[in-house]
Ligand binder design. Structure first.
Ligand SMILES: [Zn+2]
Ligand SMILES: [Zn+2]
Length: 134
């Protein structure tokens, strides 16, 4: 879906300055993998002190043979809102293998159909030409 926002059309005397923003549709977004996060904690005892390190497992939803990814602690957070994933949170993984809160990335993708981290365009995933013009 291409959203055309016209900027100050009247003021520039008939010259249309358009800002193109390419957002994804609901269908596009729902085609992406949906995962559920399960938190796992490691407790290491060192010198009598308990060191907690929380990572987790993200498990694919809506499939008979779900894929599981184990996330180290530093990876178990959403780069959009910078919050750590909570137990039971729904996540979405993009084809570039970056993952975010479902709610965060959905909002983002409606406006801009690219990965906020690596600019991978989820709409161009179908025909991989190899060259990405940005
Ligand atoms: Zn988030
Ligand atoms: Zn990415």
């Amino acid at each position: 879906m291409v959203v055309v926002i016209e900027v100050d059309r009247r003021h520039v005397g008939g010259v249309v300055e358009a800002l193109l923003v390419e957002g994804a549709t609901k269908d596009d977004i729902e085609r992406l993998g949906k995962y559920k996060f399960r938190r796992i904690g490691d407790f290491d005892k060192q010198n009598g002190e308990i060191q907690e390190s929380f990572g987790g497992i993200m498990t694919e939803c809506d499939t008979d043979s779900p894929i599981e990814h184990v996330l180290p602690r530093e990876d178990a957070e959403c780069c959009i809102c910078l919050c750590a994933y909570d137990d039971g949170t729904e996540l979405r993984e993009l084809p570039c293998r970056h993952h975010f809160h479902c709610t965060c990335i959905d909002k983002w993708l409606y406006i801009n159909a690219t990965c906020p981290l690596c600019k991978f365009n989820i709409l161009k995933n179908g025909n991989q030409s190899g060259s990405e013009e940005v």
